[in-house]
Design a protein around this ligand. Structure first.
Ligand code: XMP
Length: 321
């Protein structure tokens, strides 16, 4: 069955929240559900919705997969603590690095992240908690691109004919699947999330693994994590929909302190977009680009080249993998 879209300007946030909370409560009944909070807008909204519906019967976890941005677990756990929602951190770094080891094909990387989340990590959490349901923040754009075969988003199953109950042993509830990012932000505001959360730029489920071209290692993640801190700091005021640093696989010849350095290349992407379906590169000031190049080559060890992507989506996509 096709999902019926609700456009942001047609969305009555308060009524939608009441309806979804009621539906979640009815579906889960007297049982327990779990959800994973990543700190992104979608999972934060679903966490608030789920707690409104189930209170203590929703167990919320932050899966520390080792491929998140710097300081992310502490930041988000602290915000939700202030909102009265307890979040348990699950250390799953080893599971993810093991699953990603030696894989360089983009779709295989996405598949490895998906399998580790849903089968290994959630499978175990479901067993331990006795939950029969996983609540998650799939949105319509995730479904569209996956079904169209453009990019397998990490959180789409039923629309691909995969039964989560059969594949992983639990059912999945997707309360915001009729919405796009702008609609989810509207819900976030109505649910009382701080602006720093509901207006946060999107970040992909496969996290920094999506920002490394080729195989993923803890060392490469450390490089892209450092580059991401600098990029996000410099572009925070660019008024863009989303911006990112990408670590390329190919090395290039550079020079430092009079010596040859066969170094790494970072690509910067910064997008203007409404809903991520189409996007154009932001017309950044040349001074901003120079600042990015200067700081990235100086502060991230081994980086000798910085480029800015100037192609639009389509035919580009926003993430590089
Ligand atoms: P693309 O790269 O497909 O990205 O143009 C469109 C938007 O979706 C985000 N994205 C993802 N989000 N799981 C997610 O939750 C994923 O696997 C995924 N891949 C891409 C991307 O950051 C952009 O906002």
């Amino acid at each position: 069955m096709d999902t019926v879209e609700i456009k942001a300007d047609e969305l009555n946030a308060a009524a939608f929240i009441e309806k979804k909370a009621r539906e979640i409560a009815e579906t889960v009944g007297k049982g327990v559900a779990i959800n994973a909070l990543s700190g992104g807008v979608d999972s934060s909204v679903v966490t608030m919705l789920g707690h409104k519906a189930l209170n203590e019967r929703l167990k919320t976890y932050f899966i520390d997969n080792g491929i998140m941005r710097q300081g992310e677990p502490e930041w988000i756990v602290d915000i939700f603590k202030k909102l009265g929602v307890k979040v348990e951190i699950i250390d799953a770094k080893e599971n993810f690095f093991k699953a990603l080891k030696g894989i360089s094909d983009p779709e295989e990387k996405r598949e490895a992240v998906t399998r580790t989340f849903y089968k290994d990590v959630f499978g175990k959490l479901v067993k331990e908690s006795g939950a029969k349901y996983l609540l998650q923040g799939t949105i319509l754009t995730d479904v569209d691109e996956t079904v169209a075969g453009i990019k397998r988003q990490h959180n789409v199953f039923e629309q691909l004919g995969i039964d989560p109950q059969e594949a992983f042993g639990y059912k999945i509830i997707e309360p915001v699947v009729q919405l796009r990012k702008d609609g989810v932000r509207k819900l976030g505001e109505a649910l009382g999330l701080p602006k720093a959360v509901f207006s946060r730029m999107p970040f992909p489920g496969p996290a920094l693994a999506a920002r490394v071209i080729g195989d993923v290692t803890p060392e490469k993640i450390e490089t892209i994590r450092k580059a991401t801190v600098i990029t996000e700091e410099i572009l925070a005021n660019a008024k863009a929909f989303q911006y990112m640093a990408i670590l390329h696989q190919d090395r290039v010849t550079g020079m430092r302190d009079g010596k040859r350095e066969f170094g790494m290349q970072i690509e910067i992407r910064c997008w203007d977009s409404i809903d991520a379906r189409k996007a154009v590169p932001t017309r950044l000031a040349y001074e901003t680009l120079e600042l990015l190049a200067g700081r990235l080559t100086k502060e991230v060890p081994g980086v000798v080249s910085v480029t800015y992507n100037i192609a639009s989506k389509p035919p580009s996509t926003m993430e590089a993998i």
